[in-house]
Design a binder for this molecule. Structure first.
Ligand code: HEC
Ligand code: HEC
Length: 129
């Protein structure tokens, strides 16, 4: 009885799986959102998530405005701060996927920047340029 019921439901389960894989397995989240032109690190973020992240890091490093890193075309790498920021995004991801993987508290830009553009590396420092 139980076996027969399982047999009857199997094609259903299979059909649902096929639909699920089609809908989600090929979703653009494994690559960057096609709306983006030059996203190299944050490739798993949707448009909404990326915008949220950008607002967050702007605050974390005390950048005040998006224009600290961006010109009108946000995909452009014209502003040096953006190029530097991308390297720090890589670093933060490496740390959180590595040493901090099992830790509850992850590293953010704020961990070092504390809301400031200049990071102070030593108690006597004015902050790095
Ligand atoms: C500290 C520098 C920095 C600040 C400030 C910043 N961004 Fe970004 N932004 C980046 C970097 C770096 C990338 C590319 C990320 C990558 O390659 O994964 C990016 C990518 C983007 C993209 C994708 C563009 C494309 O098509 O390639 C958008 C949209 C964007 N930012 C919007 C914003 C907005 C809106 C703000 C302000 C709330 C902002 N950013 C503030 C550094 C910054
Ligand atoms: C491990 C500590 C650390 C973390 C985490 C960190 N930074 Fe930094 N950041 C520094 C230090 C130190 C400097 C100064 C040296 C330099 O310019 O690269 C700096 C400099 C910068 C600069 C250049 C500022 C300027 O005025 O020219 C940008 C932009 C920046 N960081 C963005 C980021 C962003 C965005 C994140 C998060 C994704 C981040 N940083 C995370 C330590 C850190």
């Amino acid at each position: 009885m139980w076996i027969r019921r399982t047999r009857n439901t199997l094609p259903f389960v299979f059909a649902i799986l096929v639909v699920a894989v089609t809908l989600f397995g090929l979703s653009p989240n494994s690559q960057s959102d096609p709306a983006f032109k030059n996203v190299q690190v944050l490739t798993d973020l949707s448009m909404d998530e990326l915008k949220e992240y950008m607002a967050e890091i702007t605050e974390h490093i005390g950048a005040e405005k998006c224009t600290f890193c961006h010109v009108r075309d946000k995909s452009s790498d014209e502003v040096e701060h953006k190029v530097v920021a991308r390297e720090y995004m890589k670093l933060v991801r490496e740390l959180n996927d590595g040493f901090f993987k099992e830790k509850e508290d992850k590293v953010t830009c704020f961990t070092c920047h504390k809301g400031e553009k200049h990071v102070t590396n030593h108690p006597d420092d004015e902050g790095a340029e």
